[in-house]
Design a binder for this molecule. Structure first.
Ligand code: PLP
Length: 432
């Protein structure tokens, strides 16, 4: 009935998430409101790390990509599951540090890390830094030397796989701002250079082929291409790279018609491919890292809004406006991303109309979605938009000087604040 199986309807006919009544949550905490289901987050993490155990003998680490949804409480949950973290800025690193996250399990990403960020990563004992380009390699080498450290690094490789076409293609992905291109030989040259850096220890290669990918084949192809590269490095440079980071990008169910592969299937097939390739080359299987972001956070979250104005334009469409919009839910205006929604206080009623859910920001494109089949919406109703746990709060802004909503975690029917709603005072906090 709903896209995420933590959503249900209670005896009052109200939508529930993780056993908590969403209408009661809206009343208690106000709207707009982000709600995250702790058990759903934990079970997604477990499905990945248990599959790593089952199909790859546990020789790997699941590193949650914190850009999908980052706050201290999220870092604590990931830490308590024993998983790692991937961070892409000093802000995400700082959040992890503040949450007491074990920093040796953190990978630091980014195509344009500043010296301040690199220094912060080294000072705080980040597990490895994923180097994106040659100038970063040189800057990091100099910084490490001056700090008397030998950080572990990986190199980000563009494996030349475009997973976003109807059938994935093996070339044509040189045009990306991330990483070293494989086809041009740039990647191999960078590896050679990294190996010769005295103050850096090359511990892995990394690739990340995209996001919201449903097909497993491109992940398998990427893993194979990367092992081929590791074999070439072993053969020609006599250097064996112990780690392989395969990135994230696993697709999730946003719409009823989406049918993602179970995460277990992904790890089963990729593990088999890695083992087969390693047997072929006769070398040890690398330690594997994966970096799921969306697949951990998105299905666990919903956003609650209160319905305000209703505008019926005869023969055109009906707008139902809510008290949030692109400031808290930017994916529609950015990429036209679609969601399922339900009127939380009428969850058992028939879906009787197709409406456009509009935000309250001063942009015509500020929509939550178009042609959404919903129960009859009236002012005061609570709308729940489903599977918004990733790339909503983390991409939110103060556009129109709106206050960012609170984030509430629910756990078996109980709720608690994880991020407070911004106040008007917060809006002018840094104004001079
Ligand atoms: C964004 C990103 C991820 C996470 O991607 P999802 O699609 O959210 O799983 C993982 N690794 C890297 C390097 C990324 O840039």
């Amino acid at each position: 009935m709903f896209v995420s199986d933590n959503l249900s309807v209670n005896e009052k006919g109200n939508l529930t998430i993780g056993g908590a009544d969403t209408v009661a949550l809206a009343e208690k905490y106000g709207t707009p409101l982000y709600v995250m289901d702790e058990q759903m987050i934990r079970s997604a993490l477990r499905r990945f790390h248990e599959s790593m155990e089952k199909f790859y003998g546990g020789k790997g680490l699941v590193c949650y990509a914190s850009k999908a949804f980052s706050c201290k409480e999220m870092c604590r949950i990931v830490a308590s599951e024993g998983d790692g973290l991937d961070a892409v800025s000093i802000g995400e690193l700082y959040t992890a540090v503040q949450a007491g996250f074990p920093m040796e399990k953190v990978g630091f990403h980014g195509n344009n890390k500043t010296n301040e960020e690199l220094r912060y990563a080294l000072e705080n004992g980040v597990g490895h830094i994923i180097v994106d380009n040659i100038s970063e390699l040189h800057r990091l080498e100099a910084l490490a030397e001056s700090m008397g450290k030998v950080p572990h690094i990986m190199l980000r490789i563009k494996p030349g796989i475009d997973a976003h076409t109807h059938q994935f293609i093996m070339t044509g992905q040189i045009d990306s701002k991330f990483g070293f291109a494989l086809e041009t030989g740039e990647a191999f040259e960078a590896i050679k250079e990294a190996v010769s850096c005295k103050n850096l220890k090359l511990v892995g290669l990394h690739c990340h082929i995209g996001s919201q990918i449903f097909d497993i084949d491109p992940f398998v192809a990427a893993a194979e291409v990367m092992i081929d590269l590791m074999a070439k490095v072993s053969r020609e440079l006599d250097y064996s790279i112990p780690g392989l980071n395969l990135g994230g990008g696993f697709g999730i169910k946003y719409l009823n018609e989406h049918d993602p592969q179970p995460f277990e299937k992904y790890l089963e097939r990729v593990s088999a491919a890695v083992k087969a390739k390693c047997d072929e080359y006769g070398f040890d299987q690398p330690y594997i890292y994966i970096e799921p972001g969306r697949s951990i956070a998105a299905p666990a979250g919903i956003t609650l809004y209160t319905v305000g104005a209703r505008k019926e334009i005869p023969g055109i469409r009906t707008y139902v406006s809510v008290d949030g919009g692109m400031a808290d839910s930017p994916r529609y205006i950015l990429y036209g991303s679609e969601y399922e929604a339900v009127i939380a206080n009428k969850a058992n009623e028939e879906r009787s109309e197709k409406v456009t859910i509009a935000g309250k920001c001063c942009e015509s494109g500020d929509l939550i979605g178009e042609n959404m089949l919903l129960q009859h919406a009236e002012p005061g109703d609570i709308i729940a938009v489903c599977a918004t746990g990733a790339y909503n709060y983390s991409m939110s802004s103060n556009y129109n000087r709106l206050q960012k909503p609170a984030v509430v975690f629910v756990n078996n029917g109980e709720s608690r604040i994880a991020v407070k709603r911004e106040t008007l005072e917060d809006i002018v906090r840094n104004d001079v």
